[in-house]
Design a protein around this ligand. Structure first.
Ligand code: GLP
Length: 259
């Protein structure tokens, strides 16, 4: 695991965008695993800038998003479908048919339908050749995607009940009204994420410091789902000084630049 510590959030975003763009230049038909949340927003803005100003090409790219809330239609401003189209897809030239975001339009009582959908999603990832680079944010409780603490490290795409902490954290996007925050989500599993060829986890801000400490310098545990990336062959963590503030910093793997 390589930990790259950058000065601030802007530098994290630029460095992470560079990793993604290098991969696309090397392999234009890359399969990208994408994430939502506020952290990757500036990284997406940088990719859009590269597309517009530097001709970064997404025409052969396939995307698979990590997760989606259950119960929100794609037109809902807080759905991850909406987020991805507004903040990335509609600004670049990725073909619509190569975009995959889990469907949140299922009824939680229709367990078989949800399971079938989750199996289909996993099959599609395999059919396209597997994810080349999986982008991850991290929840303050150490979740990745919507794999909440306690998620099995071998888990695959499935329905998850969101923890109270995560619902509270995300209530800021729902007028701080807990009643509006979905209770369930469909998420790639930790096993699904670990199958990606490269994992790129980005984090910034003091509120992520505890989770980053537990991810990097504590034993692997399902109580901190992100700690599973310690097992991955090519995991890159790009964090700002605030998010890195609880790390001991004695690792050889700590660098400030990738090149
Ligand atoms: C949500 C998403 C995660 C994301 C997390 C952190 O719960 N499901 O994929 O990493 O939020 O979001 P933020 O970057 O806004 O802190």
């Amino acid at each position: 695991m390589l930990v790259v510590v950058k000065k601030n959030h802007d530098e994290v975003s630029r460095e992470a965008a560079r990793v993604v763009s290098n991969m696309l230049r090397e392999k234009p038909s890359s399969i990208l695993g994408l994430a939502t949340g506020t952290t990757p927003l500036d990284l997406y803005n940088e990719l859009i800038r590269m597309y517009k100003e530097e001709g970064l090409d997404f025409s052969k790219v396939t995307t698979f998003n990590l997760d989606e809330y259950i119960g929100l239609p794609p037109s809902h401003p807080e759905s991850y479908h909406y987020f991805m189209y507004e903040n990335l897809f509609k600004h670049i030239n990725v073909p619509e048919r190569f975009i995959h975001v889990p469907s949140g339009m299922v009824d939680v009582s229709e367990v078989h339908r949800i399971n079938r959908f989750c199996e289909w999603y996993e099959e599609q990832i395999v059919r396209f050749g597997g994810i080349d680079l999986q982008l991850l944010g991290i929840g303050a409780n150490g979740h990745i995607g919507f794999n909440e603490p306690g998620s099995s490290l071998g888990s695959r795409t499935r329905i998850k009940t969101l923890s109270e902490n995560t619902r509270k954290d995300n209530s800021r996007f729902f007028d701080n009204d807990m009643d509006q925050v979905p209770k369930y989500a469909i998420t790639m599993g930790i096993g699904t994420i670990l199958d990606s060829k490269v994992i790129l986890l980005v984090a910034s801000g003091k509120n992520k410091a505890k989770a980053i400490k537990a991810t990097v310098e504590a034993p692997i545990t399902s109580q901190v789902p992100a700690s599973a990336v310690q097992m991955h062959k090519r995991a890159i963590l790009i964090v700002d000084e605030d998010a890195a503030s609880q790390l001991d910093g004695t690792y050889d793997e700590f660098v400030t630049n990738l090149e």
